[in-house]
Design a protein around this ligand. Structure first.
Ligand code: AMP
Ligand code: MG
Length: 429
């Protein structure tokens, strides 16, 4: 197809228009039951009620003596009250022995309050004398006692469906006695590189060849945001091979297809022909830099994001479109990437009317954020991406940013969502 024909067929979208189209294809996936530690970072798919009081019984908040408050009313530094020690209680044990007037039971933190006792005097306010203990303070009823149900009441809703599980939620699930929990399953994301020049990372670089870095940076991004990467290797720039690899990926059951390369003006025919033959194209090209020749469509019922092959383009396209798609499938509703307003320390000129995402390093100094460019901004320069912690967003209508102007910066590292369960499983043995 002629370039002119193609650009007429597929009008260029703004980032917002493209994102809206992409997101209309995604919804939260089904729930699955997983061990609570694997729920970390995921969305709870059930309400969790506690079937128990926590703590289950009133217990001591201190190491000390369980006594009757009434026995201590006259006690003071000069007028100790002498009580007989009738028992010793460690955490994890209960006693039938009743504390009666004139007696005390030695008690450790966490041990249930023995019958009869209504308060605890900490060791610091006592002095032991063989079978006896001298109490040097008057304590009110309930002092140093954690009542039953102080934390959680039996029957209480402790975690609501839709909650993102953080370490404290994992702790709560364990506390109420859950070994497993229902969460939204993780999306399976197929990753396919294209290009006759692209070879595996451990293959020797024959003339004209480059390593497949895109599949790995994309896989790392998929993992970072909670998806499961399915590596499909590299397809030559040929309709047949691309079709076969895509079919093989579909056969593995995937929720999103990521293809890198083969969508620029010269190359688009291959991916476009495969999409047109086996599925449909929703849009091609977004008014942004890097990442303009972005293609989106569906194949075998699975949404497919065709990203330009340059190493920075794939990463930026992923952040803008694949990340919110993955989060949506995980049941996460807050899709905003954290941003800050920063003072740009470099001058930027351009005149293409696209939204630019510039690789910057942001630092905070005395309450202000400052951003400087991390180097060459070519779409193939991965080293300036390595040095960056943010992407400065230059709006379409700006033709120049003077040094010292304020810009919004999308922070790359502020929404860390690493899912460490592969390592957890290894640690478990
Ligand atoms: P394309 O979008 O296919 O025209 O690719 C643009 C450029 O990105 C190519 O010239 C390659 O240098 C580079 N590229 C394409 N695919 C990959 C890949 N998988 N890994 C690293 N670089 C790639
Ligand atoms: Mg290519």
């Amino acid at each position: 197809m002629e370039k002119r024909e193609m650009t007429k067929l597929y009008p260029m979208l703004s980032v917002e228009e493209a994102l809206e189209q992409v997101l209309s294809y995604f919804h939260p996936l089904e729930p699955e039951r997983v061990p609570i530690i694997e729920a970390l970072g995921r969305v709870l798919a059930e309400d969790i009620y506690s079937e128990i009081d926590i703590p289950p019984r009133a217990n001591s908040a201190m190491d000390g003596y369980a006594v009757l408050a009434a026995d201590t009313t006259a006690a003071g530094p000069q007028t100790p009250k002498r009580l007989r020690i009738i028992g010793d209680l460690a955490a994890g044990y209960v006693t039938e022995t009743e504390v009666t007037p004139g007696t005390a039971i030695r008690i450790m933190t966490g041990a249930p309050i023995p019958p009869g006792a209504d308060t605890v005097v900490r060791f610091e306010d006592t002095e032991r004398d063989g079978e006896w203990v001298n109490i040097f303070v008057a304590v009110p009823v309930g002092k140093n006692v954690r009542p039953a149900g102080e934390d959680v009441r039996r029957g209480e809703l402790v975690l609501r469906r839709g909650t993102r599980i953080r370490p404290q939620e994992v702790g709560m699930l364990a506390s109420v006695g859950h070994k497993e929990v229902m969460v939204i399953r993780r999306p399976r994301v197929a990753i396919l590189a294209t290009g006759d020049e692209v070879v595996e990372v451990d293959a020797p670089l024959e003339p004209g060849k480059i390593h497949n870095s895109n599949s790995y940076s994309n896989a790392a991004q998929v993992l970072k945001y909670g998806g499961i990467p399915i590596m499909l290797g590299i397809a030559r720039d040929q309709v047949q091979e691309l079709t076969e690899k895509i079919r093989a990926g579909l056969a593995q059951g995937v929720d999103l297809f990521l293809v890198s390369g083969g969508v620029s003006v010269g190359d688009f025919d291959v991916v476009k022909n495969v999409l047109a033959a086996e599925g449909e194209i929703t849009f091609w090209r977004v008014r942004m830099k890097p990442g303009k020749p972005l293609a989106f469509g569906r194949i075998g019922g699975v949404p497919l994001l065709g990203m330009p092959g340059n190493p920075v383009s794939v990463m930026v396209s992923f952040e803008l479109f694949a990340r919110p798609a993955i989060l949506t499938m995980l049941g996460i509703t807050d899709l905003e990437k954290p941003t800050v307003e920063a003072i740009l320390l470099d001058e930027v000129k351009r005149k293409d009317g696209r939204r630019h995402f510039l690789r910057v390093y942001v630092e905070e100094k005395e309450g202000e954020y400052y951003a400087h460019l991390t180097g060459e901004q070519g779409s193939g320069i991965l080293s300036s991406m390595v040095k960056a912690n943010g992407l400065a967003i230059i709006p379409e209508e700006w033709s120049r940013v003077a040094a010292g102007e304020r810009v919004r910066v999308m922070m790359l590292d502020w929404d860390e969502r690493c899912h460490p369960f592969a390592d957890w499983k290894r640690a478990e043995g």
